[in-house]
Design a protein around this ligand. Structure first.
Ligand code: FES
Length: 625
């Protein structure tokens, strides 16, 4: 259940799920409310006047707000939950907070979950015999920090306080005091944002004081030897009693090596990294936590942990500060994971003030799709299969040196086929990767050699249709299957009729997923304003080709946008702003997840969208209502 929340005097309205705090709803609406405690009810800065919807007075309210103000409706916005229509008057910010543009044009306040507080403590005397910990916590409270000390601190505390002459820096993560460092180290604090992909892991070390990324790198996931996709990894866990341990150790080793390399590059010590935020699909994050992904991979597809999680990084063998925290974003469903939540956050898909409907697609073996605007959002996962990765394609290969990644066919005159090869034009092509496959099929549709049913013309039919002889000569037969010769004759790189069918099925699955969401929302493809193609593969797809084959709705090409590693961007935003992290934590309450498997209408929709869209000028295909 969602309720309208209106913020005055701006008169901004947002719809917040029941139980959301007014503080978080304001952030969702793009309104920063003052805070230094991250919405934990300990700084007293987040006061708003609830004109409507005040529901009781919390203990924290009594601590920070005078009786007369309480009677007038003033409350701590981080303690006031939405249980009905709500109207809140928000005072202007006393000072303008530091902000940065992150993600994709998102204005993010720099208020990380990690804070460093420089303290000059009073030395103990016979008149003041408070214990070391009490003395420290009292001093923090004076500075507005009401924190829980990590017990692991206790042993070192007497030495640190006395050796540093009672001048220390407290390191607070969330509401926990995780370290006390001698002297003033308040200028230096780092975090690491990690996108744990099934194939590639990307990590960025971020200066939490400035918001600058000091080092970023990607590397292969060390689990790659156990299969290319999440199903193979889960199968390994099921088949081998030691499989879970091995896969957990592999991803931890990958992350530790990556962080060590990044630290060396940036001149940062791993112990200066106080927090990590990790995103990834549900299987990858389960393996990172050492949890079996088996229940995710079989119906009814249940993750062990789907909400946001914060744990001690050392408990999972991550080599950061010994008491660093690791935060994981929530999942929307077993196959729409924290990486998609993070990408939705980074692109502002459901927070854009223009209220336009946008479609977010992460194209891969599993196609994750989110359709939404500020008003409503839906998500699903479509089983596209491995064609986009070049698998089960006769000359298919991964996107690496020698792979054809782009294809152009000149329809007029010479009928030339121009190829774009990864690694440069001097390399002879050795295969076809996913983006090249999409381009090749789109170009064959454009010149009329593949019809909308997906059939590749025979040489006789092509000749009869007036195709130039240079193209007709490329129509060959390979092992009894019709094919088009893409490369020079000696190189023999062909696109077969079977490959075209495989691509057609893969795009059909994603397109069917898109149509299920459109139908569920009661809109048509014409209502989609923009398509955001996410993930490393999405960045390389030619938008015009994606539209030609019907992978995406027929929106203008300049509104099909590659958003790159949106998941990694979202993780950075969460690292740099607790408000953004709160917004990410709320996304599962806002986005409804639709499970495709078992839907009785999915196969019908899939069959209807399987054909390639008719070329421009042809009568439109009318879908069954
Ligand atoms: S008391 Fe600090 S944000 Fe509410």
């Amino acid at each position: 259940m969602k309720y309208p929340v209106t913020f005055l005097p701006q008169n901004i309205v947002t719809h917040a799920p029941e139980g959301t705090t007014v503080f978080n709803a304001a952030n969702w609406a793009g309104l920063p409310i003052d805070s230094t405690c991250g919405g934990r009810g300990t700084c007293g800065k987040c006061k708003v006047r609830l004109v409507r919807g005040a529901d009781g007075v919390s203990e924290a309210d009594h601590r920070f707000i005078a009786e007369a103000e309480l009677a007038a409706g003033w409350r701590l916005s981080c303690r006031a939950a939405v249980h009905g229509e709500c109207v809140a008057e928000v005072p202007r910010l006393m000072s303008s907070p530091k902000a940065a543009l992150l993600g994709y044009g998102q204005h993010v306040l720099l208020d990380p979950n990690v804070a460093k507080v420089y303290l000059k403590l009073d030395e103990p005397t016979l008149e003041d015999q408070r214990g070391d910990l009490t003395r420290l916590l009292d001093a923090l409270r004076v500075e507005g920090w009401d924190v829980r000390p990590d017990p692991a601190l206790w042993r070192a505390l007497p030495g640190v306080l006395r050796d540093s002459d009672w001048t220390v820096t407290a390191v607070v993560v969330g509401d926990e005091l995780i370290a006390v460092e001698p002297g003033d180290t308040s200028a230096e604090a780092y975090g690491v944002a990690v996108d744990v992909g099934t194939t590639t892991v990307v990590a960025a070390v971020v200066n939490l004081m400035t918001g600058a990324v000091v080092a970023i790198k990607s590397t292969l996931n060390g689990q790659a030897a156990f299969g290319a996709d999440v199903i193979s990894r889960a199968s390994h866990v099921m088949a081998d009693p030691g499989g879970l341990t091995v896969l957990h150790e592999r991803i931890v080793a990958t992350l530790n090596a990556l962080v060590a390399e990044l630290c060396a590059q940036a001149g940062v010590r791993p112990e200066q990294i106080y927090e990590a935020v990790a995103v990834g699909n549900a299987t990858m994050l389960h393996l990172l936590l050492g949890i079996t992904p088996e229940p995710i991979s079989v119906a009814p597809f249940i993750p062990a942990v789907d909400g946001p999680v914060t744990v001690a990084a050392a408990d999972f063998d991550l080599a950061l500060h010994p008491r660093a925290r690791l935060g994981l974003l929530p999942h929307l469903g077993a196959y729409v994971g924290a990486d998609i939540v993070s990408g939705v956050l980074a692109t502002g898909l459901v927070r854009n003030p223009d209220d336009r409907l946008r479609l977010y697609i992460d194209v891969g073996t599993n196609g994750e799709i989110v359709l939404g605007s500020r008003a409503r959002a839906l998500a699903t996962a479509a089983p596209a299969g491995p064609a986009f990765e070049g698998a089960q394609i006769r000359c298919g290969m991964r996107a690496s040196d020698g792979a054809i990644e782009g294809v152009r066919i000149e329809p007029q005159g010479a009928g030339a086929v121009r190829l774009q090869v990864i690694g440069g034009g001097h390399l002879a092509p050795i295969g076809l990767c996913g983006s090249g496959l999409i381009d090749a099929v789109a170009e064959l549709i454009n010149v009329g050699l593949v019809d909308s049913s997906g059939r590749l013309l025979t040489p006789a039919a092509a000749r009869a249709a007036g195709q130039p002889s240079e193209l007709v000569e490329r129509l060959v037969t390979v092992d009894g299957v019709r094919a088009f010769l893409l490369s020079a004759p000696g190189q023999n790189i062909v696109l077969t009729q079977t490959d075209i069918r495989a691509l057609q099925f893969a795009k059909g699955a994603i397109s069917a997923g898109v149509h299920v969401l459109l139908d569920a929302m009661g809109v048509t493809p014409d209502d989609v304003y923009e398509v955001l193609l996410a993930g490393s593969f999405g960045s390389y797809i030619n938008p015009a080709s994606a539209r030609t084959i019907g992978l995406v709705p027929q929106v203008p090409v300049d509104r099909i946008v590659a958003v790159g590693n949106a998941a990694g961007e979202g993780a950075k935003m969460c690292l740099l702003s607790f408000r953004e992290r709160e917004a990410a934590h709320q996304l599962p309450g806002f986005i409804d997840y639709l499970e495709l498997s078992g839907r009785p209408d999915f196969n019908d929709i899939f069959m209807e969208v399987l054909a390639f869209p008719p070329p421009a000028g042809a009568p439109p295909v009318v879908r069954r209502q």
